[in-house]
Write a protein that binds this ligand. Structure first.
Ligand code: SF4
Length: 321
């Protein structure tokens, strides 16, 4: 799913932002493909309908041009947490993205993320090009062929099985952070049945995190509605059997900018019991999916002696000691 491109007159032709993103902090977007060049035609796409599918990978723009804009943005001194490759369509249709990532890595230590629908992961050359990215965020919106066809509306020749196998194969080869995005759509993939199928598919991919997102932006399709609150909670609970889930709206503590983590967590826990799972998801967001760092930090926080745990209905809560 594409990032928001802010209407800013100073925007360069391939690079935009940095824009504030819930998942990637201050994110410098790099758009690699012409408007609506995509392998899918998602019902929820904020860019409008895909009039003509694009399935052939190409070097749409000269790499030197893109890299020079990235360099210019870095040198402007703006605070950037992530450099995010994303497209006005499907990012991995850009042939040579691996070279771009390599060159950005020589330029800066800012981590690189790639947002993609993941439809081209069945191609070994595509998977290879992403090996140096620090985080990859592909989509998985359905756990069955029928629902995949209904939601993602892929180009002829693309299938759910191929998509799922591609994601699972990528997981095996890729050592960076894999955060799978699920667009939760009212009446489409928010039933218990659809969510259980999706959780089973997700287990085959084994991502580091699932990012649950909602269709909050206008889409051309009438079928798209926001799921109800109860369905969102149900989705979080069912998909959590496959991987930690980032809640799309609430419940997520923002620990991203806390200068003193121990004081911040103490302040929250002193007001109400905090689910251990919720704390760990907030820390995953703070440490950009680094599970080892989250585990170490949780141990350190607990060792402060300020907290105790309480088990209720199978859930562990942190309470003041
Ligand atoms: S993958 Fe779907 S949401 Fe993303 S650009 Fe293509 S049609 Fe739009």
């Amino acid at each position: 799913m594409p990032l928001d491109r802010k209407k800013d007159p100073s925007v360069l032709s391939h690079v935009f932002g940095p824009v504030s993103s819930k998942r990637l902090g201050q994110s410098l977007g790099v758009d690699l493909v012409p408007m609506k060049s995509c392998t899918w035609n998602c019902v929820y796409c904020q860019l409008g309908r895909t009039k003509r599918y694009t399935t052939l990978r190409r070097e749409f723009y000269p790499p030197g041009e893109i890299l020079s804009e990235i360099r210019q943005s870095i040198e402007s001194g703006a605070h950037i947490d992530w450099i995010t490759f994303v497209g006005s369509g499907e990012t991995l249709l850009y042939k040579g993205i691996g070279h771009l990532i390599e060159e950005v890595k020589k330029m800066t230590e800012i981590p690189v993320a790639v947002i993609t629908n993941g439809s081209l992961f069945h191609l070994a050359e595509v998977r290879r090009e992403l090996m140096q990215a620090d985080a990859v965020l592909p989509s998985l919106n359905a756990g069955s062929e029928a629902l995949y066809e209904k939601i993602d509306r892929p180009a002829p020749g693309f299938s759910f099985r191929q998509h799922l196998d591609g994601l699972a194969q990528f997981r095996k080869e890729y050592k960076g952070r894999l955060w799978v995005e699920v667009m939760l759509l009212g009446g489409l993939n928010d039933s218990d049945e659809a969510l259980h199928e999706l959780a089973e598919a997700m287990k085959q991919v084994a991502p580091d995190m699932v990012h649950l997102v909602l269709p909050t932006r206008p889409a051309p399709d009438q079928q798209v509605t926001l799921p109800g609150e109860e369905r969102i909670e149900r989705a979080v609970s069912i998909l959590s059997t496959a991987a930690p889930v980032m809640h799309p709206v609430k419940g997520r503590m923002d620990l991203g900018s806390a200068a003193d983590l121990l004081e911040a967590v103490t302040a929250i826990v002193s007001r109400h019991p905090v689910q251990e799972k919720e704390l760990s998801i907030a820390l995953l967001a703070r440490f950009f999916g680094d599970r080892a760092e989250v585990e170490r930090t949780m141990k350190e926080l607990f060792a402060s002696g300020r907290f105790a745990t309480l088990e209720q209905a199978g859930e562990i809560f942190w309470i003041p000691a």
